[in-house]
Design a protein around this ligand. Structure first.
Ligand SMILES: [Fe+2]
Length: 385
């Protein structure tokens, strides 16, 4: 299976410990004069937002702060942030935080120019024009939203996650400073890290994988295998945090051109209906989806085992491929990932409805290396229960 490779990169990447100091220069490069920082109350309390505003004040750049971002943000939050940005007449959006803050900043930047309702942009390629310039500063190593053309929002009316995908959402600059990630709690480091792994893994084993993107994907998988345990065990291990920041970046670069598959599709109903954070849902489901997918591409799963640091020498292809699932299970156990759906207050009777909902996520299901029927989705959920 092949298709055209289309790859669009973030305008500028600035990455490395201490890189936050470049913030004023980045704002000037994007010609921003009055910007909005979109973030969450936790980052304000932790003083991380202050680190940005101190630099901006010194450089004489004016700003407003919107700090009401919640995990897995609702469409109403975008509307609220948009109206605050319009009132403040900002000319640039800065996202500071995890994927939720970054995604809202990206959508608001787009809507400041395009107007209309959020719902009309849901889907692929529905944005007519570029928005105001954007600068993204991730404080987790997970979604890779700092480089992707994607924003995911929660629609509470339909109890579903909805994705807006457009090249016009690709940020102008991604400023990635692993020093901002040292205070991330171990359990958040753990599930966001497996989410980053899932982006690379689901792109690598994708039905529409691309050899060019495979290089990013394999490197992303290797870095998670090498550094995630360390980042969870010692949050201030700067080498591990830098490795994970790169892993998330590689994962993000996989998303625009190839995107994810069944583990992300099956995670959608958990977030939409039961408010399970995206990374928790994905990390819980990933080993079960891998187990299901294995037979579709033994060779690639064997290489995943290799990238995760397993010794596959002398093993049959089948055994080597199975080792990839074992490696992930061990990693997840080591970093104490929630491993059962039953631990998340989801009733077993919900499985049939969740499986029916998954069938609507055709955007991702079509990418899976093995066809996922409604029956198969039920089986995967049951195995994970
Ligand atoms: Fe994800």
């Amino acid at each position: 299976m092949s298709r055209l490779l289309q790859f669009q990169m973030v305008g500028r990447l600035v990455i490395g410990p201490g890189s936050l100091i470049q913030l004023p220069e980045c704002v000037q490069r994007l010609n921003g004069h009055h910007l909005m920082i979109v973030t969450d109350p936790g980052l304000v309390r932790a003083g991380i937002c202050d680190r940005l505003t101190t630099l901006l004040k010194k450089a004489g750049i004016s700003y407003v702060v919107y700090d009401k971002i919640e995990p897995d943000p609702r469409i109403e939050i975008v509307d609220d942030c948009l109206s605050a940005a319009r009132d403040a007449k900002v000319d640039m959006m800065v996202g500071l935080g995890g994927g939720s803050s970054l995604d809202v900043a990206k959508v608001v930047a787009m809507m400041l120019v395009n107007g209309g309702q959020v719902a009309s942009y849901v889907g692929i390629g529905k944005v007519p024009k570029p928005g105001v310039p954007t600068l993204m500063i991730p404080t987790t190593a997970g979604t890779g939203s700092e480089v992707t053309p994607i924003a995911v929002l929660s629609d509470k009316t339909e109890q579903l996650k909805k994705g807006i995908v457009s090249d016009y959402l690709i940020p102008g600059i991604a400023l990635i400073d692993p020093e901002l990630q040292v205070t991330l709690p171990p359990h958040v480091t753990a599930f966001t890290g497996i989410d980053a792994l899932a982006h690379s893994l689901e792109a690598y084993t994708n039905r529409f994988s691309q050899p060019f993107i495979d290089n990013f994907a394999l490197q992303g998988i290797r870095l998670v295998g090498q550094y995630l345990r360390r980042a969870v065990c010692c949050g201030d291990d700067m080498e591990a945090r830098s490795g994970m920041a790169m892993a998330a970046l590689y994962g993000g670069l996989c998303l625009g051109s190839v995107n994810t598959a069944a583990a992300h599709a099956l995670a959608y109903p958990l977030g939409g209906t039961y408010d399970v954070p995206h990374g928790v849902a994905v990390s819980l489901l990933l080993p079960h989806v891998m187990e299901f997918n294995l037979v579709a591409d033994l060779e690639k799963y064997a290489l995943v085992a290799d990238a995760l640091g397993e010794n596959t020498e002398g093993l049959s292809l089948r055994d080597a491929a199975e080792l990839s699932v074992e490696a992930l299970r061990q990693l997840s156990a080591d970093i104490e990932i929630v491993s059962r759906l039953s631990d998340l207050d989801i009733p077993e009777t919900a499985i049939d409805e969740m499986a029916a909902d998954v069938m609507k996520v055709t955007r991702l299901l079509k990418n899976n290396p093995r066809v996922v029927t409604e029956e198969a989705a039920k089986r995967i959920y049951r195995n994970a229960y």
